[in-house]
Design a protein around this ligand. Structure first.
Ligand code: ZN
Length: 147
C-alpha cells in the first residue's frame, strides 16, 4: 500500500494558527516572502541553504495560493474541519437537517446530544458541512443530504 502523502499545512507554512485572520496571514506571508525570496539570498550562501530557501519559498507561495483568497481558504478550512472531525471518533448518528431544530435567536440548527450538549450548525454551514461535532463531548453526527 502506498503511503499517503502528508497533507500540506498552509497555516503551518505561514507560521500561523488556524484561527488567524486575513490581515495576520497577509502580514506573515509578506514577511516570510521577503525573508526567503531567492533573489535576496547572498551569492556565497552554501548550496543546501539556497535549496532549503527555495523549498521554503515554494511552500509559502503555495500556502498563500490557498489562504490568500477567501474562496480557497474557505474550501480548505472546511476540508480541514472534516478531517479533524474524522480523526475525533466514529459518527454517532445520522440526521437530516429537518430533524434538527431551527433557532431563530442564534441563526443555527441544533440537536441535543445524549451528553446534554448540542450539535450546532449554521444555515450556511449546513449547505457544505457533513459532520457536526457536539459542543460538549467528542461525539459526531453526520448530516445527510435532504431527503
Ligand atoms: Zn455530546
Amino acid at each position: 500500500m502506498a503511503a499517503r502523502a502528508p497533507r500540506p499545512d498552509p497555516y503551518g507554512a505561514l507560521g500561523a494558527g488556524p484561527s488567524a485572520g486575513a490581515a495576520e496571514l497577509r502580514r506573515r506571508y509578506r514577511r516570510l516572502v521577503r525573508t526567503y525570496h531567492p533573489d535576496r539570498q547572498s551569492a556565497d550562501a552554501p548550496a543546501e541553504a539556497v535549496e532549503e530557501c527555495v523549498r521554503k519559498f515554494i511552500e509559502i507561495d503555495q500556502a498563500w495560493k490557498i489562504l490568500g483568497h477567501e474562496e480557497t481558504k474557505k474550501e480548505y478550512d472546511l476540508l480541514r474541519l472534516e478531517d479533524d472531525l474524522r480523526n475525533l471518533g466514529p459518527v454517532d448518528a445520522q440526521v437530516y437537517l429537518e430533524e434538527m431544530t431551527w433557532n431563530e435567536d442564534d441563526h443555527c440548527f441544533s440537536l441535543s446530544c445524549r451528553c446534554g450538549g448540542k450539535y450546532r450548525v449554521s444555515k450556511d454551514e449546513a449547505e457544505e458541512v457533513t459532520l457536526i461535532s457536539c459542543d460538549t463531548c467528542s461525539l459526531i453526527v453526520e448530516l445527510l443530504p435532504r431527503s
